[in-house]
Design a protein. Sequence first.
Length: 291
Amino acid sequence: MFENGIIFDISKDLYYVKTENGNYMSKARGVFRKQKFSPMVGDNVKIEIFDDNTAYIVEVFERKNEILRPPVVNVDQAIVVFSLKNPEISYKIIDRYIMYYEIMNVPIILCLNKCDLIGEELEREFKSIYEKLGYKIIFNSVNLDNKKLFEELCGDKISVITGPSGVGKSTILNYLNPNYNIWVGEISNKTKRGKHTTRSATLYEIFENSFIIDTAGFTSLDITKFIENESQIRDAFIEFKYNLECKFSDCKHINEPSCYVKNELENGNISKSRYDSYLFYLNEYLKNRRY
Ligand SMILES: Nc1nc2c(ncn2[C@@H]2O[C@H](COP(=O)(O)OP(=O)(O)OP(=O)(O)O)[C@@H](O)[C@H]2O)c(=O)[nH]1
Ligand SMILES: [Zn+2]
């Protein structure tokens, strides 16, 4: 019997696959190993289930994308959670997350959490920088009921939820689904889940058919490893996309004459904090890259 499903967890060489009819613990056919191909969390797969209840992945369908941190494929969006108080997350760090997911080609939703702790002025400053970039922004706190909004944004999608430690990611997930950190379901072909030590990323079904991956934050060094060239950094700042209007088509927007970005910076249309982040991460990359 064949069924299609999605890998929601991996432990050693066991793949946990959710299909319409249940969850199956599967092995991968040897052919994948020979091709040095590893099925990943988020993969859409075909499994073959035998009478003795063993299951094997026989086919992995084409991937939409693949991100490295956390190691997941077919991600629809990243929800970047941060706070401006308790902890006070700097714009530079927010920009690091944005940059990373832009480079990974994953749509971004910003979630300013703990809104109850910040005054109007700080909120206004934040809005003046980030609203004009065009990212969806969720203003959230424990006092606000944003369940519907999250449901709408996450419906039928695989979302990564990420952000620095302590900003309230677990609180959000628990609020959205009080069972979120409990095992997602029974395994149809085994009674015990078995030892589960090498967990790297797990899809949780936060709402029906809406998966979320909770992931810890990352450091800037992690990012430098994934960047292949400096223009990727420039292009990750989406308001710099007017490259064509710079005199030089490969303008880095630093010292070049007739630079649209520097012009916009002077006019106040591009935020100084964003431009500073760009210079900061560009320098960091140039310092750390391996030749
Ligand atoms: N004032 C306020 N505090 C909050 C809010 N949301 C969460 N907290 C508190 O912030 C602290 C950290 O929340 P967590 O949900 O554990 O944060 P996290 O992002 O999951 O942290 P890590 O597990 O370290 O990644 C807890 O003490 C929460 O009670 C909020 O909206 N307002
Ligand atoms: Zn320029």
